[in-house]
Design a binder for this molecule. Sequence first.
Ligand code: C5P
Length: 222
Amino acid sequence: MNSITPVLALDGPSGSGKGTIGQILALKFGWYYLDSGAIYRGLAWLAQNQDVKADDVEGLVALADTMKLICHVQEGDVAQIEINGQIITDELRSDEAGQLASEIAPIPEVRAALLKMQRRCRKAPGLVADGRDMGTTVFPDAQFKVYLTASAEIRAKRRFDQLKSKGFDVNLARLLESIQARDVRDSSRAESPLKPAGDAIVLDTSELSIDEVVARILDLVN
Ligand code: C5P
């Protein structure tokens, strides 16, 4: 692992604002951006399309080993995700894709197969890495670690607005249930559970605007 290239590890639960904030910061710094959730979502999407079941560990690892994922950051919008040459951003954003991702994410062999791919994204001049275990497992030596959080209700409302604006047919109460279920699954798994790194700055974004969160992280990095 390159120990000099700077990494900003941005972790937190679903809907905490990591993706939006991470992309703004990556563009501001002129750094690369890693949406690690998209890797898990992408693998789940590939598995579903190729009829590989969530308990077929060998099949999932084979898919992970051959998956080529590119994250195209664009100002003012979600990153475009390309998997094996195909742009599939919207399909990956669905709540179902998030649920499927969190079902395969606890499998240690799957996490190990995806680890190298994530570490390869650390390239000069720097990387903003968003996920659950960026500061704890993938880049434990990251120079900057921030853990974003917010109440489940606020996170569900943010997801609701985001999915609605993309034309998805969504229900707020169901989204809240799904976010809470995913929180439990992500935080209680044995392998790389969702939790702040011991040396991370924890920021509750419930009452903060996007600009305020960005300003606080810029203060930290500067
Ligand atoms: O962040 P996002 O909602 O796109 O992540 C989808 C799922 O992928 C998460 O609920 C989690 O189970 C898994 N994930 C993970 N480790 C990461 C990023 C995502 O386990 N670094």
